[in-house]
Ligand binder design. Structure first.
Ligand code: MCN
Length: 747
């Protein structure tokens, strides 16, 4: 049980845990003082370099507060007791004397607020920029038309199905720790914890995390609770378990989004984009979470070219510390923020230029590939026109006028919104990521272990927490080896069994993890061919492998995969002088580029002007995920993403009180999660341009829905509200906010 700060910002004058420590069942109480000199702080995995060439400000992130708390929910003490109830009682009896300080929960407040950290007196973490500022200024000076928009991307709480949990256990005999933890990234969790925080040899810690109860990004990170529990299990020589309750999850899981931006597009008289200028204030929360700094920079501004051939783009990002929970990657991570900004702006451009939402997009789509954007990324392949055409078909654009008339006959408003998103998945080559500040590699590892009877276990460094890797990875292996899918087991989420791994985020698993497995399979096949050649007394080069059989070219001599597998382990008739026994290969795959899924989403809403209630009536989504391995899983992933994206657009909103810094939306009573009856049946379609640089031709699908959908919804809401005089509107489109916007426009 953790004693958490009730204040958004305060100094800790003293902590008196004596009475609590004497309560029934209490084993030990640890405070920041106990940890001093015992461990480092939690590290940030991505170094951003400021526009002035200096490194970002990186204040310490203590595991338990050292003299100060910086957000409501900050960790002050850990109470270990025989039962949860006893730990809760004792936690309430820990007396902490605080002196409250003024709190800043928005970037605007932080700019002039009390400093959270001595290392950042102005609460400014970094200013980062990308693109050609002079070039953008020049086109803006002579553009026929400039469209400008102010936007807020609302803060979200991830809310996976199960909150976080951890069990730490120390074994005195072997001097080893075993950590069962809800984490999407077990090897990285281990690396960060051992190398950066606890100073332990990595091989002394085993992190086991196969089933984590969903994550959506919030379980990528190294959290204070994981470190405290692991370390303390040695101090008391007993296993320690901690499970977050839902209220703690609201307070202390890394949140998502929280950008305030200004976006401007310069156009010629026909609505061709000439230049894009963006400024964003990004709220990082009180401390730098593991990958927080990459989200509003590398994962955001590099996507601002979108699907368009805008010749020059310039984006500037100011990131601030505030007295709120740390913000990090949440489904989409940076790419939903870029898409929301760009696709809202593009629709606004269409309206100002008197063009349809489709026409402005068609006029500006990139059509030639590979395409070098002005913001670092190089798109390998895509067909944006095909996605838009297909989406318009699915959406039955021709029938829109009749639907609108029918809606109006009911006294309601109807609007349609478009969004043509692009995302970068797979988080690409380690050397480029390193040059951009990543402190980790971004490859993946796969091991294929063929057993003597021809069944296979695959060990992958990717992590499945709802994405169905057990099915799709097995499909890839079964198809390649020509064996039954049931003969393939997939193992993930255990540093004791999987050689290494970078975990799952950024919809990278099939394209990077799957590619590593394909590479291991290449080696399996090459070795198996040699064994088959020996068995059939043929030359290695004459062996063909198809449908699970090795055949000597041009003959009917053939042996099945299982016979080769058995021979590898029973090498009685075997070229032992040339080949080792066994059939087990490991490969590491470092991609040469991101994958670039893209698509067009079209949303139709109906709004009741008397109540402000918005109902999504139709939603059509056409995506290009390259080659699709499993259409049912992909459909499920798109549905999940859409629900999260539309949830952000209509319902979800994390709100802190701007005076006290208290979290006002700390439960499901106040934070509205989407439910099935908030959605129509989604119409899904696909275009396929296979990725050019991974062996499967796949592009990530796990985040697309959450990235593309919010602007489609808000564009539709605005389209519907235009006749009422509402010109601008930001997420979430709750009834109260929509109603208020209508009233304000009337006034
Ligand atoms: N797939 C496929 N064909 C493709 C692309 C993918 O069949 N062309 C399959 C893959 O084999 C995999 C699934 O679709 O089974 C998703 O693959 P991919 O796009 O590679 O994404 P990841 O597996 O890396 O998943 C990560 C992504 C992210 S970043 C978040 S956040 C997220 C998400 O997936 N969190 C999820 N989906 C989630 N789904 C559930 N249920 N729970 C979460 O926490």
């Amino acid at each position: 049980m953790f004693v958490r700060s009730p204040h958004a910002h305060a100094t800790i004058n003293s902590i008196d845990a004596a009475a609590a420590a004497a309560m029934p069942g209490v084993v030990r109480i640890f405070t920041g003082k106990d940890l001093e000199g015992q461990m480092g702080g939690l590290p940030c995995g991505w170094l951003i370099t400021d526009t002035d060439g200096q490194p970002m400000k990186e204040p310490p992130h203590p595991v338990l507060a050292q003299g100060k708390v910086r957000y409501v929910g900050d960790h002050v003490a850990m109470v270990v007791a025989e039962s949860l109830q006893q730990a809760k009682d004792a936690a309430e009896a820990v007396v902490v004397d605080y002196t409250p300080l003024s709190a800043a929960v928005t970037c605007e407040q932080a700019k002039s607020g009390a400093a959270l950290h001595a290392e950042a007196q102005d609460n400014h973490c970094y200013k980062w920029a990308i693109g050609d500022k002079a070039g953008v200024d020049a086109v803006f000076a002579s553009a026929a038309h400039i469209t400008k928009l102010d936007l807020t991307n609302n803060r979200l709480v991830p809310n996976p199905m199960e909150p976080r949990a951890v069990v730490g256990q120390y074994n005195r005999a072997s001097d080893e720790y075993t950590l069962h933890v809800a984490n999407q990234n077990p090897h990285v969790e281990r690396l960060l914890m051992t190398a950066f925080v606890l100073g332990l040899p990595e091989h002394k810690v085993r992190v086991i995390a196969p089933d984590v109860g969903g994550g959506f990004g919030s379980k990528i990170y190294l959290y204070a609770e994981d470190v405290a529990v692991t370390w303390a299990s040695k101090q008391i020589n007993r296993p320690i378990k901690w499970t977050s309750d839902r209220s703690e999850a609201f307070l202390s899981d890394a949140h998502g989004r929280d950008h305030v931006s200004t976006a401007e597009m310069a156009m010629d008289a026909e609505g061709h984009f000439l230049g894009l200028r963006v400024h964003t204030d990004a709220n990082l929360g009180a401390y730098l979470s593991t990958f927080a700094t990459a989200v509003p920079t590398i994962l955001y501004a590099t996507l601002l070219a979108g699907q368009y051939k805008t010749p020059v783009v310039y984006a500037e990002v100011d990131a601030y510390f505030t007295n709120t929970a740390p913000v990090d990657a949440y489904r989409g991570a940076g790419r939903p923020e870029a898409t929301y900004l760009l696709e809202r702006l593009v629709t606004r451009c269409a309206w100002e230029m008197g063009l349809s939402q489709a026409e402005i997009r068609r006029r500006n789509f990139i059509t030639e590939f590979p395409y070098q954007t002005p913001v670092a990324l190089q798109y390998d392949i895509g067909d944006y026109h095909a996605c838009l055409d297909e989406a318009e078909k699915l959406a039955d654009v021709a029938g829109y006028a009749a639907r609108k008339a029918a809606t109006e006959a009911k006294g309601l408003l109807r609007g349609v919104g478009y969004s043509s998103y692009i995302e970068a998945c797979g988080i690409a080559p380690s050397n480029i990521a390193g040059a951009l500040g990543a402190r980790a590699g971004l490859f993946e590892c796969g091991e294929v272990r063929v057993h003597p009877t021809g069944s296979v276990t695959v060990f992958t460094g990717s992590h499945s927490h709802g994405q169905g890797h057990e099915t799709t990875f097995a499909q890839v292996v079964a198809a390649r080896l020509g064996i039954d899918v049931d003969a393939v087991d997939v193992v993930h989420g255990d540093t004791g069994r999987v050689p290494f791994g970078m975990g799952t985020y950024g919809s990278r698993s099939i394209s990077v993890g799957g590619a590593a497995i394909m590479r291991a399979l290449d080696r399996i096949e090459a070795k198996a061919k040699k064994i088959a050649a020996h068995l059939m007394e043929a030359s290695d080069d004459d062996i063909e492998f198809a449908n699970g059989n090795f055949t000597v070219k041009g003959t009917d001599k053939t042996i099945p995969f299982a016979q080769v597998a058995l021979t590898a382990y029973v090498p009685h008739n075997y070229p032992l002088d040339k080949l080792e026994p066994g059939l087990n290969e490991t490969a590491f795959y470092d991609p040469t580029n991101f994958t670039f899924p893209a698509g067009t989403y079209i949303c139709e809403v109906e709004i009741d002007p008397n109540t402000g209630v918005v109902r999504v009536d139709r939603f059509s989504a056409v995506d290009d995920f390259g080659t699709i391995i499993n259409p049912m899983i992909v459909e499920g992933q798109v549905h999940g993403g859409l629900v999260q994206g539309i949830g952000q657009a209509l319902l979800e909103n994390c709100v802190y009180d701007t005076e006290t810094g208290q979290l006002l939306t700390g439960s499901f009573q106040d934070y509205a999660m989407p439910r099935a009856d908030d959605f129509p049946e989604f119409k899904l379609g696909h275009v396929c341009t296979p990725c050019t640089h991974n062996p499967l031709g796949t592009k990530g699908c796990g985040e697309a829905g959450a990235i593309g959908s919010p602007p489609a919804v808000i564009n539709a809401v605005l389209d519907a509200l235009q006749p009422m005089g509402v010109k601008e509107f930001d997420m979430p489109a709750t009834p109260a906010r929509v109603w208020a916007a209508i009233q304000a426009a009337k006034a």
